[in-house]
Write a protein that binds this ligand. Structure first.
Ligand code: ZN
Length: 725
């Protein structure tokens, strides 16, 4: 028992619910398991028994959020306002009925499967018809190559029309799921305070992220055959003018060759940037990515980036420069474009549109080739995601009203403030960091903004007036397809407004209110801790402090550490990519990183074939370092807080009295990462190049690298295996 441990047991409903969850996940034979070597088995054995494949602590936490929103979205306004999940403590009462009606209509239209079935594939075809009018390529001239003089205007018009619907051809787009936070704009590379219109690389059917992991993806015969059938099937079902099936099959083949050529150009350019010494002087490389607006026309005489920017930015606001990630890429792409048949380019635009919008129509032909076509599935989670993609902040507002009390928010804020302070204490004590680098690291931490729950500006998600103003340009009708298109267009319009003002550290870009995740934003030097992740069974203001710090606290610590990990430390206190560490400190840091790399490469899982699959310690480095740092500062912040706290916040939970509160802190941490993946899924995930270690490695790494853990469970070796912060 710890020195300060209270013997009281918390029996509020929230405490009992969390206790039941922890106990249910715990191995029934936990006394026979050595936590120092098999902590993952100890905390998650029950979880794996109880749950289906692919479920993990985080996506399970998302489920109750969806159910709560379903309840809210199917009630009249007055009733919806009364909805609360169990054990909510307090709630404001100031929402706006008009905002709510938009939500309700958007959701009801999505759930109206009869109307969607009746509309069929027609909305998609109608839209393609419009694109065909903008660039009327005749089928009888299907073999003609793209002709600059004849076709440039049409090509530019259609690519702009697609961009206005948030469909990417050349420019980046906003990720409608919000989870990745991609946007048409990005902070300027040289001065992150300035927002710039952003061109990354062309969209290809095999996404860029996958190509960077596997540059030869377009040479894989099976992948290509499947893709070809998909594109041909989708085009045959929707082509706006009469055309032979065999001609369409030829077009599909050529679309893939076109994309493969562009993919090769992207990979070659990215490689060139790497080998030209981007590592040595990142500033120089970044400077080259800022292209003045007047140079844009010369860079892309055919693709017309200048025209695209003009069409998308708020009226009258022509920027002095934009951000082009690989300026050397575009002359290559233009060359490839000019070698294509014009009907291939036009059909590629059609395909881009179908690929993005096929999920908003009902069509057996699209279903047959896995290109969408299942819109009328009456799936409430999909419909909540749909509402979320067009009315994100209003949906978040009603979720917050129902399930994120002021007390929850202030408790999360206190946690974040204490852990952030503790990180500064840790930095001061680091033996390997020079005094000069310490000063600047503290400055970076002082400059870090902690965003808790939901955004407070553009829009202020707590204010119905601010929300109504933000969404004033969006019209919700009783056509599902039109609502989807209008929502996508509105995303572009509001994103572009961001070009008019300096970057804000209060911007919510990569995650939003409802997301069961959290983020560190390198360019803004801020963390985002959404309301969605601050819910039972992970978080509740009734819970004892050890449960708060071991759960959400470790997540907050993890995000703060991201500001100083291998990626985060490459940016200074203002988000500028620059080398601000002295050589000696940098070497000391890298030596310690090697320990994590080795450790996470030694962790392994046994695949269904009986073979051992090891982790990729080099790929997961930033995440594993942040896990260890986050756990260390959250633990120490809790120990400090505990000394000044009345006993009532140090209670135990029913059924868990055999554990010390120090042990429970780590059991709660482990529960975030329980995961019921099958052996096959684990073997696949461990090789898939993701930046995050396998969940069970995160539990094992946490246990090996935490001094607090080693002491709490009386492990023979008390020193952490790897430690940086
Ligand atoms: Zn992370």
């Amino acid at each position: 028992m710890g020195q300060f441990q209270s013997t009281e047991v918390c029996t509020t409903p929230a405490c009992v619910q969390v206790a039941a969850n922890l106990l249910g996940n715990l191995a029934p034979h936990w006394r026979d398991i050595d936590p120092c070597t098999n902590f993952d088995e100890m905390v998650c054995y029950g979880f794996n028994q109880r749950h289906d494949d692919t479920l993990n602590g985080l996506n399970m936490a998302a489920k109750p959020n969806y159910r709560l929103l379903r309840e809210i979205l199917t009630l009249p306004y007055e009733e919806a306002k009364k909805v609360k999940p169990p054990y909510t403590l307090s709630r404001r009462d100031n929402a706006d009925e008009h905002n709510f009606e938009m939500l309700r209509q958007s959701y009801a239209t999505c759930m109206d499967s009869d109307a969607i079935k009746k509309a069929g594939i027609k909305p998609l075809k109608d839209a393609l018809n419009e694109f065909h009018k903008q660039w009327p390529v005749e089928v009888e001239f299907a073999d003609e190559l793209f002709d600059d003089a004849d076709d440039k205007v049409g090509l530019q018009a259609v690519s702009i029309a697609l961009a206005q619907l948030n469909i990417r051809t050349w420019a980046w787009r906003i990720d409608p799921t919000g989870d990745l936070g991609r946007s048409y704009r990005k902070a300027d590379a040289v001065n992150p305070k300035i927002q710039r219109f952003w061109f990354l690389a062309p969209q290809t059917s095999i996404p860029l992220e996958e190509l960077f992991g596997n540059a030869a993806a377009y040479s894989d015969n099976a992948t290509v055959a499947k893709l070809e059938a998909k594109i041909a099937g989708a085009l045959n079902a929707t082509f706006p003018v009469s055309i032979d099936e065999s001609a369409v099959n030829g077009i599909a083949k050529d679309i893939i060759a076109f994309e493969a050529a562009m993919a090769d150009a992207v990979m070659a350019t990215a490689q060139e940037v790497q080998s030209s010494g981007a590592d040595k002087d990142p500033q120089e490389t970044l400077k080259k990515s800022v292209v003045s607006f007047k140079d844009l026309e010369a860079l892309t005489p055919v693709l017309g980036f200048d025209a695209m920017v003009k069409a998308l930015v708020p009226q009258g606001h022509v920027p002095d420069a934009v951000r082009v990630e690989y300026p050397a890429l575009w002359p290559l792409v233009e060359k490839i474009v000019k070698q294509q048949r014009k009907i291939v380019l036009q059909s590629w635009f059609f395909w881009r549109f179908i690929d993005a919008m096929g999920k908003y129509v009902e069509s057996p032909e699209l279903v047959a080739v896995e290109a969408g076509g299942k819109a009328a599935s009456n799936n409430y989670e999909a419909c909540i995601n749909h509402v979320d993609s067009s009315l994100r902040w209003i949906l978040g507002h009603f979720f917050v009203e129902a399930s994120y009390s002021n007390l929850t928010r202030s408790t999360s804020t206190k946690l974040a403030v204490n852990i952030h302070e503790e990180m500064k204490v840790h930095v001061e004590k680091l033996s390997w960091m020079s005094e000069e680098t310490k000063k600047r690291t503290i400055k970076k931490l002082d400059n870090m903004v902690l965003n808790i729950g939901y955004p407070e500006e553009e829009p202020n998600a707590a204010s119905p007036d601010s929300l109504a103003a933000f969404y004033s340009g969006l019209n919700i009708t009783n056509s599902f397809f039109e609502n989807a298109a209008a929502g996508l267009h509105h995303q572009v319009v509001t994103d572009m407004r961001g070009l008019l003002k300096p970057s804000s550290q209060k911007e919510w870009e990569t995650v939003h209110t409802l997301i069961t995740n959290a983020a560190y934003e390198g360019e803004y030097n801020s963390i985002l801790i959404p309301a969605g992740v601050s819910q039972l069974p992970m978080f509740h203001p009734d819970l004892p402090e050890w449960a708060l710090y071991g759960g959400l606290g470790a997540v907050i610590g993890h995000e703060i550490t991201h500001g100083l990990d291998s990626r985060g430390r490459a940016k200074n206190e203002n988000g500028l990519q620059t080398n601000w560490w002295d050589k000696k400190t940098e070497e000391e840091f890298e030596t310690r990183e090697k320990c994590f790399e080795k450790q996470y490469s030694e962790f392994s899982v046994i695949g269904p074939d009986g073979k051992k699959y090891n982790g990729q310690g080099n790929v997961t480095l930033a995440e594993s370092v942040s896990d260890a740092g986050g756990l260390a500062v959250a633990y120490d912040a809790w120990i400090k807080e505990r000394k000044s706290m009345p006993n009532v916040w140090d209670q135990s939970l029913p059924g868990l009295e055999d554990f010390t509160h120090e042990q429970l802190f780590f059991i709660v941490y482990g529960n975030w990462w329980c995961n019921a993946d099958s052996a096959a899924q684990k073997a696949k995930r461990v090789r898939s190049n993701g930046q995050h270690p396998l969940n069970q490695f995160r539990i094992l790494g946490g246990a090996e690298n935490s001094r607090g853990f080693r002491e709490a469970f009386k492990c023979a070796k008390k020193e952490p295996r790897c430690e940086i912060f």
